[in-house]
Write a protein that binds this ligand. Sequence first.
Ligand SMILES: NC(=O)C1=CN([C@@H]2O[C@H](COP(=O)(O)OP(=O)(O)OC[C@H]3O[C@@H](n4cnc5c(N)ncnc54)[C@H](OP(=O)(O)O)[C@@H]3O)[C@@H](O)[C@H]2O)C=CC1
Ligand SMILES: O=C(CO)COP(=O)(O)O
Length: 348
Amino acid sequence: MKSSKNVTVVGAGSWGTALAMVLADNGLEVRLWGHKKEQIDEINSRHTNQKYLKDIELPQSIIGYHDLGESLDGVDTIILAVPTKAIRGVLGQIQEVQRAPLTVVHVSKGIEPDSLLRISELIEDEMAPENLHTVVVLSGPSHAEEVSLRHPTTVTVSSKDMKAAEEVQDLFMNMNFRVYTNPDLLGVEIGGALKNIIALAAGITDGLGYGDNAKAALITRGLAEIARLGTKMGANPLTFSGLTGIGDLIVTCTSVHSRNWRAGNMLGKGHNLDEVLANMGMVVEGVRTTKAAHQLAEKYEVNMPITDALYDVLFNKVEAKEAVDHLMGRVKTNEMEDLVNILGERLT
Ligand SMILES: NC(=O)C1=CN([C@@H]2O[C@H](COP(=O)(O)OP(=O)(O)OC[C@H]3O[C@@H](n4cnc5c(N)ncnc54)[C@H](OP(=O)(O)O)[C@@H]3O)[C@@H](O)[C@H]2O)C=CC1
Ligand SMILES: O=C(CO)COP(=O)(O)O
């Protein structure tokens, strides 16, 4: 038994359920809130969540809740595990029923289009200051399917309040789930969100049958454009060589577990976006994030050719092959110069 803390996981999808398992393995009685009654009944009676984690037996110490107020009773920390586009609505519901300020540990990977807020900023924007103690992000290369099988996984936590981040590190850390800290909140959130864009693109080139050279190019040049934008926004460029940068890019661009990769793969094979999203049955964060990143690139005047190409495929009906041809046919350039210039600007 590691902790007597009461924790509620808000969102009973793949990631919320897998994280609830980590906390249960650490000796906590975990409350798992979901908005679908049948699913909560399944969690409590059969100790499974078949739609999201097929054939996984959940620990009995995970208790499903359908009543949000009840799930938050006596709780000071929540793990917020819903898709980015559901966050404002769910926080609205939480604020109607919460009785004490909350530490919100968010695990979502996205950026809100138009407002261009990162998730920690979105939470601060949506929650009244008296309802919010602090925000911590947990992010990194971590497919729920593998975490639920207790396979070795590493993630990073970050916050403006690093003491709170360290408490979250202690809460989750175990022999299968190793948690690091990184004080660069902006870099951690940007890396986690933008890797989904590159995973969609990697799925597309795999769907087109282009193979490993193309994928390696996407991962490394994708990292270059994520690092350019993140560094211009104020992140530590070294964060992008860590778990929430290259780490999450590798896992998402190369794994069949990735919904972003799978969606891209179907696009590359010629299916249209509506068809792909309708078939997925789970969130594909990279689609909305592409819109947000396209807007961020314009705002910060950063060159993001892969993001632009994907934006055209998703929203301007450009054929995937045509987008790749366009990327390959751009004017010659230097591999590192843009990032070096951005770093130089920051020093002056
Ligand atoms: N899956 C993974 O391996 C990882 C996911 N993440 C991130 O975690 C976040 C959540 O993803 P994930 O769990 O995978 O997504 P899933 O699609 O697996 O599950 C999302 C869950 O949120 C619920 N939900 C959606 N909208 C609402 C709402 N308005 N109110 C209440 N519940 C809602 C869904 O309910 P319903 O069943 O009704 O749709 C579902 O239970 C994403 O940002 C993702 O990028 C991060 C790391 C790993
Ligand atoms: O973020 C993830 C792994 O780190 C999950 O990626 P997908 O949302 O593409 O499945």
